[in-house]
Design a protein around this ligand. Structure first.
Ligand code: GSH
Length: 235
């Protein structure tokens, strides 16, 4: 399944393997604190899309742990769009960045000569401007798994083991498990779609953060969620 491999490869590169984007060294240039990276794709696009994303706090010149940025990059990858990635140190935001993102948030992408914030808006705009391959789903599918991230953050921040936050997360993961069992392997069935590109990076963060801070792991009772979490490529 070509798309499966593409998502797997993208996620591995972005998330698991030190977040490198497949690139030609000749196309990677560094200027000041910025790293500009773009891939060459066989698309009729003169200039790569510019996108500001979070820089790693531990490794210089690497993509950081922002699932919203990763969603935008994955969307560009799935749509075979060349992009020019600017890594932003969120602990020390440069002036050029604050001018294009007054709220100081990433991701921000330059679309039609305008800097556009927010991964929801960027993904939607990319879908409208570059409809091929289509990634949109029916509205009822677009919201599948959409409460997992907020319940994960609730549990992560919780200091009281009996406050119900773990159970709230388990309920969402369990609903997702049932959904994927019936409808998978991806949210829209056989093919990757926009909600997968939003959810997969968040599940990756969930696994790493809860494993590290709470010594928590997904229960064996959720095998479909687990296989989906294996870089978004269900077995
Ligand atoms: N709703 C926004 C959320 C973006 C967001 O919260 N980004 C975080 C990084 S993961 C950020 O830029 N935070 C600003 C900061 O840390 O100073 C989206 O979907 O793009």
């Amino acid at each position: 399944m070509a798309t499966t491999v593409a998502l797997s490869s993208s996620l591995k590169h972005h998330l698991a393997l030190g977040v490198r984007i497949p690139q030609s060294p000749a196309l990677c240039r560094r200027n000041g604190g910025r790293v500009s990276t773009f891939r060459s794709f066989p698309v009729a696009m003169a200039t790569p899309l510019e996108v500001c994303v979070k820089a790693s706090v531990t490794t210089p010149n690497k993509l950081g742990d922002c699932p919203f940025c990763q969603r935008v990059l994955l969307t560009m990858e799935e749509k075979h769009l060349p992009y020019d990635m600017k890594l932003v140190d969120l602990a020390n935001k440069p002036e050029w960045f604050l001018q294009i993102s007054p709220e100081g948030k990433v991701p921000v992408a330059k679309l039609d000569e305008k800097w556009v914030p927010d991964s929801d808006v960027i993904a939607q705009t990319l879908e409208e401007k570059y409809p091929d391959p289509p990634l949109a789903t029916l509205p009822e599918k677009a919201s599948v798994g959409s409460k997992i991230f907020s319940t994960f953050i609730g549990f992560l921040k919780s200091k009281d083991p009996s406050d119900g936050t773990e159970q709230a997360l388990l309920n969402e993961l369990s609903s997702f498990n049932d959904y994927i069992k019936e409808n998978g392997p991806f949210i829209n069935g056989e093919k990757v779609s926009a909600p997968d590109l939003s959810l997969a990076p968040k599940l990756y963060h969930l696994e790493i953060a809860l494993g590290h801070y709470k010594k928590w792991s997904l229960p064996d009772t959720l095998p479909h969620t687990e296989s989906y979490m294996k870089v978004g490529v269900p077995k």
